[in-house]
Design a protein around this ligand. Structure first.
Ligand code: NDP
Length: 448
């Protein structure tokens, strides 16, 4: 970046920080995109003059509301919920709902902002949004979760619709929660519509939606490795997380004969130096998805448990962070580099901290940002919307074929914008490719 470009970036970020004080995660996400696009953006006189960067970083609207619900013991509880409708230049707002005590407006703004470019990269007509609540589903009974979801939808239903805003799941919101939310939407609106994605297969859900983010991440990783003359087969992969993304990412890795050497949850990680077998993966799936248990309960030969630690210190060739934002920090990145890792492929959103990104970039590690590599989930959500609109459902093979094609196309878009002399800079590639399309659409609409 030239000093003039750096000056523009600093000036822009000073204003953004002033307008969004204390929103650290949002500032981090904007800085990353703005740094990638600034050299191109400054050459686009018309975009620059119509302040596209300032407008694209300001959400269309943020809806904040109270969700009141009743515990099994009959006590009244209240949580805060949000829907950040960030940008619908390319299509109806689309993005997940997150239920986690750490949820704040800043986190949802960063996620909604990232979602704009991720959705743009898929090539499907979807705008960017995100929502959720600081409600903690852990330790709550099924009936308590149901009452919370119903109460949340009682407010949310007036702001969404199949051509307006189509939420989906995220951390803490899986098939069970989407079903509760969908049931209440239908009761209130008295009509069936594809207003949520991630629905059950028997009521409009798409085949492969559950697996899509994890599988898509592995497809992207394979594209990235092949482009740089590496093979996935036989590689040791350190996966973090054991939720939706991590589980199905690990499943596809095992299927493709890579060795999944770690998985984690919020309390610690498991280490399997020889790689998990498919039978062990099934045991973990049962434990996490059905029993909602902890990895510390696992009792399998060849697997050790490490309480309170993250997996980045183990020997591996590839890291796939699939748990949460900023989970791979400088220390972890240094350990990965020391162990000779060739690629980091993000399954989670922004799991790699700013310092860690710098360390990995400097060491020449291939780094696939979540907005490209985890776009498979929203891509199949987009396919779910299409199937709902056409009142048809495709076979799993058909959806998987489309998913693989979309991930290859996203990879090609990143290469087109990010190819360097030796390697592709996937952060720049994805940011520029995603941004250009949205910026051009916004410019075409005039001053709206
Ligand atoms: P889940 O809730 O299914 O799983 C989250 C996993 O991460 C769990 O293993 C959880 O541990 C762990 N985790 C959560 N918070 C922390 C933390 N603070 N520290 C350590 N571990 C943590 O979520 P998903 O798999 O759906 O989502 C994971 C990531 O992928 C998120 O960043 C999400 O935004 C992103 N993503 C998800 C998509 C999807 O389709 N689901 C699509 C695109 C991105 P525990 O089991 O102990 O709770």
């Amino acid at each position: 970046m030239t000093s003039a470009e750096q000056k523009e970036l600093d000036h822009f970020m000073t204003g953004l920080k002033k307008r969004n004080p204390y929103e650290i995660e949002f500032q981090q996400a904007v800085h990353e995109v703005a740094a990638s696009v600034m050299p191109w953006y400054l050459q686009q006189d018309d975009l620059h003059r119509s302040q596209i960067l300032e407008r694209i970083t300001e959400p269309d609207r943020i809806i904040t509301f109270r969700v009141t619900w009743e515990t099994d013991a009959g006590e009244i509880r209240a949580n805060r919920a949000w829907r950040v409708q960030f940008n619908h230049a390319l299509g109806p707002y689309k993005g997940g709902l997150r239920f986690h005590p750490s949820v704040t407006q800043s986190i949802l703004k960063f996620l909604g902002f990232e979602q704009i470019f991720k959705n743009s990269l898929t090539g499907l007509p979807m705008g960017g949004a995100k929502g959720g609540s600081n409600f903690n589903p852990k330790g709550k009974s099924r009936r308590e979760v149901m009452r919370f979801c119903h109460s949340m939808m009682t407010e949310l239903h007036r702001h969404i619709g199949e051509d307006i805003d189509v939420p989906a799941g995220d951390i803490g919101v899986g098939a069970r929660e989407v079903s509760f939310l969908f049931g209440q939407y239908m009761r209130l609106e008295n009509r069936w519509s594809g207003v949520l994605t991630g629905k059950g297969l028997s009521f409009g859900g798409s085949a492969v939606r559950t697996e899509a983010t994890g599988w898509g991440c592995v497809y992207f990783c394979e594209n990235m490795l092949h482009h740089h003359d590496f093979e996935l087969e036989g590689k040791r992969v350190a996966v973090s997380g054991s939720g939706n993304v991590a589980l199905y990412g690990a499943q596809k890795l095992i299927e493709k004969r890579a060795k999944v050497v770690t998985m984690s949850d919020s309390k610690g990680f498991i280490h399997a130096p020889e790689g998990l077998t498919m039978e062990q993966w099934e045991t973990i799936q049962e434990l996490k998805e059905k029993k909602r248990g902890r990895l510390s309960e696992l009792d399998e030969a060849g697997i050790t448990y490490h309480a309170g630690k993250r997996p980045w210190g183990v020997e591996c060739d590839i890291a796939m962070p699939c748990a949460t934002q900023n989970e791979l920090e400088a220390e972890g990145a240094k350990e990965l580099v020391k162990n000779g890792v060739v690629a980091v492929c993000e399954g989670a959103n922004m799991p790699t901290s700013v310092e860690a990104v710098e360390i990995l970039r400097e060491a020449g590690v291939l780094l696939a940002p979540g907005k490209a590599s985890n776009a498979g989930g929203v891509a199949v959500s987009g396919l779910e919307q299409s199937q709902n609109a056409m009142r048809i459902s495709w076979e799993p093979e058909e959806v998987d074929r489309r998913l693989q094609r979309i991930m290859s196309e996203i990879h090609a878009r990143c290469v087109r914008e990010g190819q360097g002399e030796e390697r592709v800079d996937y952060i720049d590639g994805s940011n520029i490719a995603g941004f250009k399309k949205v910026a051009e659409a916004m410019h075409a609409y005039g001053a709206v």
